[in-house]
Design a protein around this ligand. Structure first.
Ligand code: ADP
Length: 190
């Protein structure tokens, strides 16, 4: 069975996490952030070590680990009856993050909307991520070179995911505006 899915898409710092949390509060919507799944791993486990190795450098974790971890996590949520694929709409933040992941996941996802939170002002992204580093104590936000590398990786690897989906599914939202204004624009396009 394919999951009815909404994808949140955009550069690091564009506000996917913030909007995901808002959408995830709506009954019938289930939020899954790939970064949060990774950060929830025991840092002493093999997978936890792999995550730290890549994320601390601002690199993507290899696709096989990522998609397998994601699938295992979803399966566990279904088992625990927290996510019901026949009733709930899955809101994905941070996955798929390159073309290969989009292809591997295509037999599991029925994407009904893709929100592209657009923030072309890279300086604004860097500033937001630096603020988040202080708030959330994130290793990958702690240094500016790593932040800049994440933005480069987004441009080199992630942007191509947009072309994988039907362009009618894509809603481009101005991510430079306030969280409330972005949320309004997102809800209006659901
Ligand atoms: P951000 O969007 O700010 O980069 P995330 O929490 O989404 O933050 O991701 C943090 C890190 O976790 C990424 O830099 C990457 O190392 C890893 N990661 C998250 N999602 C994926 C994914 N789909 N594929 C590979 N690596 C991922």
């Amino acid at each position: 069975m394919k999951y009815q899915t909404i994808l949140l898409f955009g550069a690091p710092g564009c506000g996917k996490g913030t909007q995901g949390k808002i959408l995830g509060q709506i009954p019938g919507f289930f939020l899954l952030s790939c970064g949060d799944v990774f950060r929830g791993l025991d840092s002493r486990s093999k997978l936890g070590q792999i995550f730290l190795e890549y994320s601390s450098k601002g690199e993507l974790v290899p696709d096989e680990f990522t998609v397998q971890l994601w699938q295992n996590h979803v399966d566990a949520l279904v088992q625990a009856k927290r996510f019901s694929p026949d009733r709930d709409i899955l809101v994905l933040d941070g996955i798929p993050r390159n073309l290969n992941q989009a292809k591997i996941m295509s037999d599991r996802l029925c994407v009904t909307r893709l929100f592209h939170l657009d923030c072309p002002d890279r300086a604004k992204l860097v500033e937001r991520l630096k603020r988040r580093a202080l708030r959330e104590n994130r290793l990958d936000d702690a240094n500016e070179a790593t932040i800049r590398h994440r933005i480069e990786v987004y441009e080199a690897e992630t942007v191509s995911v947009l072309g994988f989906y039907d362009k009618d599914l894509v809603a481009v939202i101005d991510g430079t505006r306030s969280p409330l204004e972005v949320a309004r624009a997102v809800l209006a396009r659901l």
